[in-house]
Ligand binder design. Structure first.
Ligand SMILES: *[C@@H]1O[C@H](CO)[C@@H](O)[C@H](O)[C@H]1NC(C)=O
Ligand SMILES: *[C@@H]1O[C@H](CO)[C@@H](O)[C@H](O)[C@H]1NC(C)=O
Ligand SMILES: *[C@@H]1O[C@H](CO)[C@@H](O)[C@H](O)[C@H]1NC(C)=O
Length: 245
C-alpha cells in the first residue's frame, strides 16, 4: 500500500517535470531562431510538388561545393527608385544552402537621402552593420516607444524580432550596410504597403476609421502604393458581406 502511494507521487513529480520542460522548450522555440537542423546540411531541392515547413533536401550524393557558395553579393543594389535605397536579401528563396540553418544575410544600399522604408521582419531579429556612410536609424516597441540614433561606419545595431524599424541616409555620399538574420526566411512587411498597397485594397471604411481622415485622404495615400482602387463590389462592407457569405 505504502509503496503504491510512493510510485503515484513520484509519477506526479515526473509528469510535472515533463510538463515544465515541454513548456520551457516551447517557450524557447517561439523566442529563438528557426528550428535546429537534424543533419549536417539540407540543400533545398526545388520540388514544386512537395510542401513542408521549409524546403525538402537535395540528395546529399548530388550536393557539390557550389551549392554552398552564393556569388554576386558585392553587386550594388540599384537605388534609382522612389525611396533611394535597395535592400537585397539573400534568403532561402535565393540561396538553397541556408535551408534549415536559421540564417540569412542582406546588403542595403542607400543613395544620399535614401530611405529603407519603415518595415518589420515577422520571423527574425536582425543585426545591422554600417560599412559605409552615416544613417539615422530607429525602431518602435510594442509600447510605441521610439529608439533612434545616428550610426556611423563600423556601428552595429540590433533590431528585435517583429518590431518596426527604418534607416535613412543622412550623409552626403552613398551608404551601405550588411544585415544578418536568425532565420532562413525572415520575411519583410513594409508598413506603408501593408496598409495602402494590399491586393485587393483594404476597404475605405476600415482605413478612414483607423487613420481618422476622410476617403479623399485615403485615396491619396493609396495612390502612392497601388494603381488599384476599391472596386464597386467591395465599396460597401454590407455588399461585400452579402457577396461573400
Ligand atoms: C534593387 O537592385 C536590384 C539589382 O540592381 C534590381 O534588380 C531591383 O529592381 C532593385 N530594387 C528596387 C526596389 O529598386
Ligand atoms: C532612373 O529611373 C528613371 C525612371 O525609371 C529613368 O528615367 C532614369 O534615366 C534613371 N536614372 C539613372 C541614372 O539610371
Ligand atoms: C478631406 O479632408 C481634408 C483634410 O482634412 C480636407 O482638406 C478635405 O476638404 C476633405 N474632403 C472632403 C471631401 O471632405
Amino acid at each position: 500500500m505504502e509503496k503504491k502511494i510512493d510510485i503515484g507521487a513520484s509519477n506526479a513529480i515526473w509528469v510535472t517535470l515533463a510538463f515544465c520542460m515541454a513548456f520551457a522548450i516551447s517557450f524557447y522555440v517561439t523566442n529563438a531562431s528557426d528550428p535546429s537542423p537534424l543533419q549536417d546540411f539540407c540543400i533545398a531541392a526545388n520540388d514544386p510538388n512537395s510542401a513542408v515547413n521549409g524546403k525538402i533536401c537535395k540528395n546529399p550524393k548530388d550536393v557539390t561545393m557550389s551549392d554552398f557558395v552564393f556569388k554576386g553579393f558585392d553587386k550594388v543594389g540599384d537605388t534609382n527608385n522612389t525611396q533611394g535605397a535597395n535592400a537585397t536579401l539573400i534568403d532561402i528563396k535565393k540561396f538553397s544552402a541556408v535551408n534549415t540553418l536559421g540564417i540569412s544575410i542582406a546588403r542595403v544600399d542607400f543613395a544620399p537621402s535614401g530611405l529603407n522604408t519603415p518595415h518589420l521582419h515577422p520571423l527574425s531579429s536582425e543585426l545591422f552593420a554600417v560599412l559605409e556612410g552615416s544613417l539615422y536609424v530607429g525602431f518602435v516597441t510594442t509600447e510605441y516607444k521610439l529608439y533612434d540614433t545616428i550610426l556611423k561606419k563600423g556601428d552595429i545595431i540590433a533590431f528585435p524580432q517583429g518590431l518596426i524599424h527604418f534607416q535613412l541616409n543622412v550623409g552626403e555620399k552613398n551608404a551601405m550596410a550588411i544585415a544578418t538574420f536568425g532565420s532562413q526566411n525572415p520575411g519583410r512587411v513594409n508598413v506603408a504597403e501593408g496598409v495602402f498597397g494590399t491586393k485587393p485594397p483594404i476597404l475605405n471604411d476600415v482605413l478612414t476609421q483607423a487613420f481618422k481622415v476622410n476617403e479623399t485622404m485615403i485615396k491619396l495615400f493609396r495612390a502612392q502604393f497601388t494603381t488599384d482602387d476599391v472596386s464597386e463590389a467591395r465599396k460597401s462592407v454590407l455588399t461585400l458581406l452579402s457577396n461573400t457569405f
